[in-house]
Design a protein. Structure first.
Lengths: 370, 370
């Protein structure tokens, strides 16, 4: 199969959807890989590296769209690309269609096969192509919290891990999923007192088994959140409800009870945020202050560390890309239910219920098309 | 004894030389404490807390100089205060006189008793009033390294600790003293690969006993540094040679061999820095780039986290303050050799050899004044 690797064109997006190592594996599987010029530069991969791995470098996205049977991206297609998508072309990328009506209609009209990273799902309910970015975001959340606690950054001037003889800071992590676990692991490594709130008792038991002893596991409830935000120096919002808006777990009222100069890091900002006072920010302007509390709410946190994020993402996407390329999309979906769940818009039909519901469009089960 | 606690007036200095908890202990020892208005604000201690602890809050700096037998401060006196220092008055704070000729002459002229935090020394050679600030600067160095590796901050865009499946970053720490070990502990806690180069084999053995397995100990040599800077994402310069200029361990030639977007953190910048390309920066403008390498060289790093730094510092200074106040400076120096080594300028004489040598002044051993 001819596979096209597009350069990202969204602002502050420096990842790339396939590394030279991935190209090499694709070649071994007998595929041809076209890589747009400079696609990998910001993730540290030169054109030479892609050529050495066996890719052909292509100058324009138009050429990639016209030649490739499957095009890959990290982010969703942007308006400049809408007209380029061809009928029966496989588009494999993050799509987040339930929040993008215009894009949904464009993809329906195109007749292409759109497989979304974010809805590929394993039988245990986990989302294998969201997990790596959650791992990055969770770990990053602590480095933001630590940094913005510095006084020149608006914080109240404490070192998160303390020093011998000085009490360390307190980190409250709301949500013990992938983001929360990775955030807690880093905060524990720095020596902070770390509280993880979660509503799933089995998850709390598991975390209690694997986390170090400076991690305290507490059942989530409005009362425990209300109590713990008061003593927290850093609060990490790490609640994800797939496909739905994040609940507002820290209210404006609670914010008023927090320490001045404490830091909120809202990792759920892409889903609307889990603090009432959150609004999305960017890497170039990452924080703002409400009631004396520093808010860090950068959407697309992993974009700050594109080298790591690219490796983490492509480690997870490559096996699916290989399977789709080897088998074609229909056989791949028939044989692998994880990939089947990735089908969002296929040949003019909306095949993912959440997207159909969001815009009152007709839902067509993907099985009808396989 | 009447002891005065001055507000800091140096830019970006938010620490305070005595906490309310310290005031309480001083009161228990029968002393009177005058605290300048708002002295503790930047460290989170309001005037009310000092009053409750038994201090008298004083509005005018002059009042403190006029009424007190001992004056406390974190940083050295500023020119506006030179005229206020009285004969026989004890001045106890960081002085760093060997690099401040004008101040040295002002103190000689004043006839006061100047005891410097930084030259108080234990029999094992350790510097108990520098240690706490090194303990703060070490961990901070790692949080700066992690932050400035982000792409929007000028870094190459890697997450220091990696994520599962993605190789973590490499941290090279030059010098395994107090700064180095505390930096290494945090970098290890974040999951990085950590190298400490150190010239003392006994110290390397000790570090090997106490550090986690992701900390690698290497005997220091130009060859070892030349090799390791090439694979490092963050290099922390943490070499302190007491009272003298730091040697340049990383030359400009070596910087050229480093990965573009790596970060140098020079904790030794107060002593001139240990990278050839280092020049001092501030918390409001912390970094600059040379040959694609981000340099973080903020002098007074602990100033960014004044709450933690104040507690750490005063934990260490208070026992000496009490001893000097209880016994008077002469008896305290006779009975405690650590305090005696703190004597820098006493009653018009230079009593610390390094200071006398620096400016060609006559050196008078402190014993002749006790």
């Amino acid at each position: 199969m001819d596979i096209g690797i597009l350069k990202e064109i969204k602002a502050e997006e420096n990842r790339v959807c396939m590394t030279p190592a991935g190209v090499e594996v694709m070649k071994q599987n007998g595929h041809t890989v076209l890589v747009e010029k400079n696609a990998g530069t910001d993730s540290g991969f030169s054109e030479e590296a892609y050529i050495n791995a066996g890719a052909e470098i292509v100058d324009t996205p138009a050429e990639i769209f016209s030649r490739a049977e499957m095009v890959m991206h990290v982010k969703e297609p942007l308006p400049a690309e809408y007209e380029l998508i061809r009928e029966d072309q496989i588009v494999f990328t993050y799509l987040h269609l339930a929040a993008a009506e215009e894009l949904t209609r464009v993809l329906i009209k195109s007749g292409s096969i759109n497989i979304a990273y974010e809805t590929i799902q394993k039988q245990d309910g986990s989302l294998p192509l969201l997990t790596p970015m959650s791992e990055v975001a969770g770990r990053m959340a602590i480095q933001q919290g630590a940094k913005y606690l510095e006084m020149a950054q608006g914080g109240h001037g404490i070192l998160l891990g303390g020093v011998p003889g000085v009490d360390p800071g307190s980190v409250l992590v709301i949500g013990g999923g992938v983001v929360g676990t990775h955030a807690a692991k880093m905060a524990c490594g720095l020596g902070a007192k770390v509280y993880v709130l979660d509503m799933d008792l089995d998850r709390l038991r598991y975390l209690s088994d694997i986390m170090p002893s400076n991690c305290f596991l507490v059942m989530a409830s409005p009362a425990t959140v209300r109590k713990l935000v008061k003593e927290a120096d850093v609060v990490v919002g790490a609640v994800l409800i797939p496909g739905a808006k994040a609940p507002k777990l820290v209210t404006r009222e609670m914010l008023k009870t927090m320490k001045k100069g404490a830091v909120l890091v809202d990792v759920a900002i892409d889903q609307g945020g889990c603090f009432e006072t959150s609004k999305a920010t960017t890497h170039s302007e990452p924080t703002y202050v409400v009631d004396g509390v520093v808010h860090y709410c950068v959407a697309n946190m992993p974009g700050a560390v594109p080298k790591t994020s690219t490796m983490a993402l492509t480690n997870a996407t490559l096996p699916y890309a290989v399977e789709i390329a080897n088998k074609g999309w229909q056989k791949a979906m028939r044989e692998n239910p994880e990939i089947k769940l990735g089908a969002n818009v296929v040949k003019g039909k909306v095949t993912y219920k959440g997207v159909a519901d969001a815009f009152n469009l007709e839902f067509t089960p993907i099985d009808n098309l396989l | 004894m009447k002891v005065g606690v001055l507000k800091e007036i140096k830019a970006e200095e938010n620490r305070v030389s005595m906490t309310p908890a310290g005031v309480e202990v001083m009161k228990q020892n029968g002393h009177t404490i005058l605290v300048e208005k708002n002295a503790g604000t930047g460290s989170g201690f309001d005037n009310e807390a000092y009053v409750k602890a038994g201090a008298e809050v004083v509005v005018a700096t002059e009042d403190i100089f006029n009424r007190c037998e001992m004056i406390m401060r974190v940083k050295e006196p500023q020119p506006s205060e030179y005229e206020l220092i009285r004969e026989g008055q004890i001045f106890f704070n960081y002085l760093h006189l060997a690099a401040a000729e004008e101040l040295a002459h002002a103190l000689i002229k004043s006839g006061s008793v100047c005891i410097a935090y930084e030259t108080i020394q234990k029999e094992d050679g350790s510097l108990p009033l520098l240690t706490p600030m090194s303990e703060v600067a070490g961990p901070m160095a790692v949080q700066e390294g992690a932050k400035y590796l982000e792409m929007a901050q000028g870094g190459q865009g890697v997450l220091l600790g990696g994520v599962p499946g993605v190789d973590p970053g490499t941290v090279l720490i030059i010098g395994g003293g107090v700064v180095g070990i505390n930096a290494a502990r945090k970098a290890c806690g974040l999951g990085a690969k950590v190298y400490i180069v150190e010239a003392n084999l006994e110290r390397l053995r000790y570090l090997s006993d106490v550090m986690p397995n992701n900390c690698f100990l290497i005997m220091s040599s130009p060859a070892a540094i030349r090799e390791l800077v090439q694979i490092a994402d963050v290099v922390i310069g943490s070499v302190l040679v007491t009272g003298s200029k730091t040697p340049k361990f990383v030359t400009r030639e070596m910087v050229k061999t480093m990965r573009t977007g790596s970060v140098l953190v020079d904790v030794a910048i107060d002593q001139g820095g240990c990278f050839e390309t280092s020049k001092e920066t501030t918390h409001s403008n912390p970094t600059y780039t040379v040959d694609g390498i981000v340099h973080y060289a903020v002098s007074n790093m602990p100033g960014a986290v004044p709450k933690t730094s104040t507690l750490a510092l005063t934990n260490a200074t208070l026992p000496y303050v009490i001893e000097i106040a209880n016994k008077g400076w002469q008896k305290a120096m006779r009975e405690n050799s650590e305090i005696k080594l703190g004597a820098n300028v006493v009653k018009g004489k230079v009593t610390y050899k390094g200071v006398a040598d620096a400016f060609g002044l006559e050196y008078v051993p402190i014993d002749s004044l006790l």
